[in-house]
Structures are given as structure tokens and as C-alpha cells.
Design a protein around this ligand. Structure first.
Ligand code: NAI
Length: 303
């Protein structure tokens, strides 16, 4: 396998002043990319901010002989994101890679959740990802090249107590990916999703030291390097943590179709074995495939 390189490419990594984003930014730079290190520089809950976190990572990249630019844009603020993109184009003339990584937590059980924390957490993760993606989208279309990674979470895929806001936003970015893959295909724009688990300030109080020791952020970054590469996949959800990598897939069973007079809740219950038959699971790649499947099954039982 030849080395995956990013020579001549320009990458933006959001939330790269620490944790996973820092690791992604450093590795992209080591592999030849010019990197915009974005970070608001706030606390885990999103409060406060300073460009010094991003600048420290830029200093690290420069010390390794790489090229980087710090930007303190808050991904929620469209004007700031547009300014970051404009400064990137001004300096390097293109944007090949966007790693949407910035994120915060405001954990509370749903009963106790302040809806202002719902707005902020879904805002940073989902709208923030859309803001950054939208700001580079036309540039990537014009280039006929782009690689975008969105960062999801097991909380989005499977749920996690106290993370209704975070989990909803994290599955939201998968929905964003699904449509962007369809819309970006003709301009060679790939969009993929990362599901990381790593020891960072976001998780350090949640796990015992022996687990944190295994969960190095640097063991997640190879997944990003693969997902954002020229020869990398499209529309792929890749889980990565502690050196373990696996693909996450949304699938549906073949199911069963009834004639109108038999389409009842009782018949759904009576046929649950068939409806829930995992041996028939299949991945669909667009919403209209789902519509066509329903229509074809209905036609089949009528013919
Ligand atoms: P972290 O807290 O170390 O890094 C997040 C970075 O995003 C921080 O440097 C922060 O200043 C920045 N940020 C926050 N809000 C921002 C905003 N509005 N604009 C720009 N920058 C902002 O946490 P970590 O663990 O490195 O998280 C990175 C991503 O991975 C997040 O999206 C997180 O939700 C996700 N993730 C992490 C997991 C883990 O196990 N660490 C598990 C699942 C997902």
C-alpha cells in the first residue's frame, strides 16, 4: 500500500486547538497538507474563547516544517466562518479538505435540559458543520474536488444517557452527509463520517485511567486520513478508537407488503418475524430507493 499523501492540498480542521482536531491537523500537515487550524478556544461547554489554542497548534506544525494558519472562527457564526474561508483562499488559493470536528457538551437528562442548551449544542455540532461545509461547498464544486469529513458519535448512533441534544445533532450530521454525497457526486466531492472515541478533555472525567491510556487521539486520526484522502471512500461511516476501526451501516430489512385491506397493526404484529428478519438487511443509498422499494413490493403482491 502506498503512503497516503496530501501534498499540494489545503485542509481546514475545525476545533483543532486540542484533542482530536489537533491530532488530525498535525497528521495532515505531516503528510504534506497546508492546514488551517480553527478553534474558538473556549471551555468544553463552549464558554469563553481565544485564538491562542489554534495558534499553539500552528506553532507545532511550523516547528515540524509544515505550513499552517490559525483562525478563531466560531463555527456557529457564519460571518466568521466565511472570513476563515476567505483568508484561506487569499493565502493558498484552494480548499481540498474540510474536517468538521469542533464540538461542545452540555449534558443533562432530557427532563432537566434547558432548551437554550439544546439550541447551543445542536447549533455547534449540526449548524456549525453545515456553516463550514456551506462556506467551502461552491469552492469545491468549482475545483471539481473536495473531501469533507463530519464528526458523529456513538451517542448519535446508539444513544447515551444525558446527551439528547448532543446525540440528536450527531445523528443529524449523518443525515447531512447522506444528501451531500448525492449532491456532490458530479463534482467529485466525497463526504464521510467519523465516529471517534478518544481520551480528550471531553471524556477524561468519564473513564478510568487504564481505558484512557488506550484511547489515544492519535489512534483515531488514521481514520480521518483515510476518509479524506483522494482515493478514499464516499458516504462511509467509520468508527475509530483505541486502534480499532469498523464500518457503521444503516440498513433496512426486506419486510413484508400487504394488500390495503390487510394493512393493519395486527398484521404487522403477526408478521414481526419477517419484518424484523436481519438476514434480509440491505443498505439503501438514496431516499427514493426506499419509495421505489415500497411501490415495487405493493405492485408485486398485486400481480
Ligand atoms: P475537545 O473539547 O478536546 O475538542 C473540541 C474542540 O472544539 C475544542 O478545542 C473547542 O475549543 C473547539 N470548539 C468548540 N466549539 C467551537 C466552536 N463553536 N467553534 C470553533 N471551535 C469550537 O474534544 P474532542 O474529544 O477532541 O472532540 C472532537 C470532536 O469529536 C467533537 O465533535 C466531539 O463531539 C467528537 N467526539 C469525541 C469523542 C471522544 O471520545 N473524545 C466521542 C465522540 C465524538
Amino acid at each position: 500500500m502506498s503512503e497516503i499523501r496530501y501534498d499540494g492540498q489545503v485542509a481546514i480542521v475545525t476545533g483543532a486547538g486540542g484533542g482530536l482536531g489537533r491530532s488530525h491537523a498535525l497528521e495532515l500537515a505531516k503528510r504534506g497538507a497546508k492546514v488551517v487550524v480553527n478553534d474558538l478556544g473556549g471551555a468544553v461547554d463552549g464558554s469563553g474563547g481565544s485564538v491562542s489554542a489554534a495558534q499553539a497548534v500552528v506553532n507545532e506544525i511550523e516547528a515540524l516544517g509544515g505550513e499552517a494558519l490559525a483562525h478563531g472562527a466560531n463555527v456557529l457564526e457564519r460571518e466568521q466562518v466565511e472570513d476563515m474561508v476567505a483568508k484561506t483562499i487569499e493565502k493558498w488559493g484552494r480548499i481540498d479538505v474540510l474536517i468538521n470536528n469542533a464540538g461542545i457538551l452540555r449534558d443533562k437528562s432530557f427532563a432537566k435540559l434547558e432548551m437554550s442548551d439544546w439550541d447551543l449544542v445542536t447549533g455547534v455540532h449540526l449548524t456549525g458543520t453545515a456553516n463550514c461545509t456551506r462556506a467551502v461547498w461552491q469552492i469545491m464544486r468549482d475545483q471539481n474536488y473536495g473531501r469533507i469529513v463530519v464528526t458523529s458519535s456513538s451517542s448519535g448512533m446508539y444513544g447515551n444517557f444525558g446527551q439528547a441534544n448532543y446525540g440528536a445533532a450527531k445523528l443529524g450530521v449523518v443525515g447531512l452527509m447522506n444528501t451531500l454525497c448525492l449532491e456532490g457526486a458530479k463534482n467529485n466531492i466525497h463526504v464521510n463520517t467519523l465516529i471517534p472515541v478518544a481520551a480528550t478533555r471531553m471524556t477524561e472525567s468519564l473513564m478510568p485511567p487504564e481505558m484512557l491510556e488506550l484511547l489515544k487521539p492519535e489512534l483515531v486520526t488514521p481514520a480521518v486520513i483515510y476518509l479524506a484522502s483522494t482515493e478514499g471512500p464516499n458516504r462511509t461511516v467509520l468508527s475509530a478508537g483505541a486502534g480499532a476501526y469498523s464500518r457503521v451501516v444503516i440498513q433496512e430489512t426486506e419486510g413484508v407488503a400487504f394488500l390495503e385491506e390487510d394493512a393493519t397493526a395486527e398484521n404487522i404484529a403477526a408478521n414481526w418475524g419477517t419484518i424484523d428478519d436481519h438476514s434480509t438487511l440491505k443498505e439503501l443509498t438514496a431516499g427514493n430507493e426506499h419509495t421505489m422499494k415500497c411501490v415495487q413490493m405493493a405492485s408485486k403482491i398485486r400481480s
